[in-house]
Design a protein around this ligand. Structure first.
Ligand SMILES: Nc1ncnc2c1ncn2[C@@H]1O[C@H](COP(=O)(O)OP(=O)(O)OP(=O)(O)O)[C@@H](O)[C@H]1O
Ligand SMILES: [Mg+2]
Length: 257
């Protein structure tokens, strides 16, 4: 609240008060602080690893060639992860600043979804997961940015595979009609605790907070935030349904036009 006295020549005859709702400013301020804290944390872990392992090589702690290669391999993996993190950060910053152009095209859906299915079948096989594709396509095409849309598929399928046990299923169900293009990515994996669901699309949010997770499950918590941004740019929506220990379904849809 801002207040100013109102003068009439020499005496005060009242006051003007302006009351402003600052909720949004406070929210943005908190967001900025959290964002910096999160970025620093995410970068610190790989940097510590790079320092530790390269020091071991420099100091000849790793003696054999195999040991050296192993350490160099870890350094390489961590540098890839850092690179991915920085790219994701740039991407999300660009999206949220509104500098985000869509290259909208008329896309033929059948080859588009088949290509994505094929792209992930190797990863699924490596993890002993049964990845299936179901197509209910009433109309042959839909209008969207194919690269961005592939990114949404990629982020969701990657999550589904990473959070699903061996011998389980991940299904991609692509449906379209004259009104919309709708996709479900369903897995019979670990599920997401109910209390985490409202926050799952926020940047850096990870439902599994333990830092001791196996390497495969390590992520930065940006994948879903990026997917949501892309959907919104397409005037679409993305939602999640999940039950702990039973599985998760992420659904997204965009209007036909
Ligand atoms: N299919 C799923 N099953 C179980 N948990 C999931 C699933 N998808 C997402 N999650 C949970 O949601 C969190 C956020 O997912 P998101 O894709 O945004 O980040 P990430 O996978 O941790 O990292 P990134 O995708 O940036 O590498 C994950 O850390 C995980 O806890
Ligand atoms: Mg992810």
């Amino acid at each position: 609240m801002l207040m100013t006295p109102l003068y009439d020549q020499s005496f005060i005859r009242g006051a003007v008060a302006v009351i402003r709702d600052m909720t949004e400013e406070r929210r943005l301020d908190k967001f900025r602080k959290d964002f910096i804290a999160n970025v620093s944390h995410e970068l610190r872990t790989p940097i510590t690893m790079l320092q530790g392992y390269s020091e071991a090589i420099v100091d000849d702690i790793a003696e054999s060639k195999e040991e050296k290669n192993e350490l160099a391999g870890i350094i390489y993996e961590e540098s890839l992860r850092m690179n991915r993190l920085v790219n994701e950060l740039l991407e999300i910053a660009r999206m949220e600043a509104g500098h985000f152009e869509l290259n909208i095209e008329n896309v033929n859906l059948e080859p588009f979804v088949e290509k994505i299915h094929k792209k992930f079948s190797g990863l699924a096989e490596e993890n002993n997961i049964n990845l299936t594709l179901t197509k209910n396509l009433e109309v042959p095409d839909a209008i969207f940015d194919p690269d961005r849309m592939e990114q949404v598929f990629t982020n969701l399928i990657d999550n589904a595979i990473r959070h699903t046990e061996e011998q389980s299923n991940v299904n991609i169900i692509a449906t379209n009609n004259i009104q919309e293009f709708h996709v479900d990515i369903t897995d019979s994996g670990s599920g997401i605790p109910e209390e985490d669901l409202p926050f799952i699309f926020e940047r850096f949010y990870k439902a599994d907070k333990s830092r001791t997770r196996n390497k495969q499950k390590k992520g930065t918590g940006l994948g879903l935030a990026i997917a949501k941004n892309i959907m919104e740019a397409h005037q679409g929506t993305i939602t999640v349904k999940s039950k702990l220990n039973e599985g998760t379904t992420f659904s997204f849809q965009i209007p036909k036009d």
